[in-house]
Structures are given as C-alpha cells and as structure tokens.
Design a protein around this ligand. Sequence first.
Ligand SMILES: C[S@@+](CC[C@H](N)C(=O)[O-])C[C@H]1O[C@@H](n2cnc3c(N)ncnc32)[C@H](O)[C@@H]1O
Length: 213
Amino acid sequence: MARVRIRQHVNPLSQKYRQVLACPDWATVYDDVRRPLHLDIGCARGRFPLKMAQQHPDWNFLGVEIRQPLVLEANETGDRLGLQNLHYLFGNINVEPEKFFSALPPTLQRVSIQFPDPWFKQRHNKRRVAQPELVTAIANALPPGGEVLLQSDVEPVAQDMRERFAENGNFSFTHDTPWLAENPLGVPTEREIACFNLHRPVYRCLLQLQRIP
Ligand SMILES: C[S@@+](CC[C@H](N)C(=O)[O-])C[C@H]1O[C@@H](n2cnc3c(N)ncnc32)[C@H](O)[C@@H]1O
C-alpha cells in the first residue's frame, strides 16, 4: 500500500484551511454526550486524548488537528479500540472559533493547547494558535471553574500564550509560580515525552475561568 506523505507543518493562513470546523451530530460520536468534554487543540496523532479517554471513561475527549491524514488515522485507531468517549476533527481552530465553540456540546470543561506552534519567529505571530479571538471563544464557552492547560518547550511561545490568556481578563492562574513543574493531568503528550527524553525544559501553566464574560 502506498504511504501517504504527511507534511510536518502546514500554513494555517493558507486558503486551503479557511473553513470553519464542521461538527458532527455529537450523539453519533459519543455514547453519552452529557459527560464533561475535554478539547485538545493541535492534537497531531492524538495519542494524548487517546490515553486520557482510556483513563477517564467518565469524560468525553475531542482532538482538533489541521493535518487531515492524522485525523483519519486517529479516528480509525479510536474506533478499532472501541472508545466511545473519543473523537477527532480535522480543521483550523482559528477560523471563526466562536462558531465552532458554539456548536460544541454544552459540557465543555477543559481545553488544552500543548506544544502547538512551530512558528517561533516574531514575523510568524499570526500563524500561532493562541490568537485573541480563540481565547475569547474559549472564555465564552467554558463554565466558571473550567480549565485551560497550556504547554510549550519554547519559552517565548509559552510566554506569548500565557499573556494572551492573562490579557483576556477572565482567567486566573491556579499556581503562584510562573510555570508548573509537573503536568497536572499526569498524561504526557508525544512532544512532552520527546522533551523529557531530550532533557528539554517544558513551560506549562493551568488557568481557570473566573466568571462568565
Ligand atoms: C508540535 S505538534 C504537538 C502535538 C501534540 N499536542 C503534542 O504535544 O505532542 C502541534 C500540532 O498542532 C497542529 N496545529 C497547528 N496549528 C493548528 C491550528 N490552527 N488548528 C489545528 N491544529 C493546529 C499542528 O498541525 C501539529 O500537529
């Protein structure tokens, strides 16, 4: 069988990725839509949501990824394992995020953005995931107490994400130190494992929504 070549990075500003993420009928992908929902943005092969779904059958998990072949493969794996609390969607999270978030089940409880950006240069700022419109959409969709986990191994990128959430005004940090030493969810992502093996530091923080905006 011919192997599909999967690109390392795609440009989220390209015309190809300008559609709003299409949501399915949630009752066809989750066996119980009432469970709390964890959204993982930029999930790549989706191993993090997969492990979380196995460890937390009382939650639903949704991975979003802009590289379609990874999404197809991840959904096949989830189906093969019979996981009815896991689903993946293809698309660009930064296209009209308000529309996407308003089409989610009303049970959104946690969002994670982990090692999202290959865009380290300042001139590529607009390609980064944590844009103000996305932060606003997350703030509008989470209930008070809802959580956001941010992680990166590139300090300026982590700092940038941190500032975007702090300047939104609706979130507070759950810790006094600038960064958390350990992953509070206890399940490392693929990139996090690679960082650990390379002894690279990881910059992570956990925020909570304070009030309804
Ligand atoms: C470096 S990988 C990290 C994957 C995983 N979160 C981890 O920690 O191992 C970042 C992923 O985010 C995806 N991504 C980047 N921008 C995105 C966007 N605007 N919408 C959806 N996915 C995006 C990339 O395609 C890539 O798979």
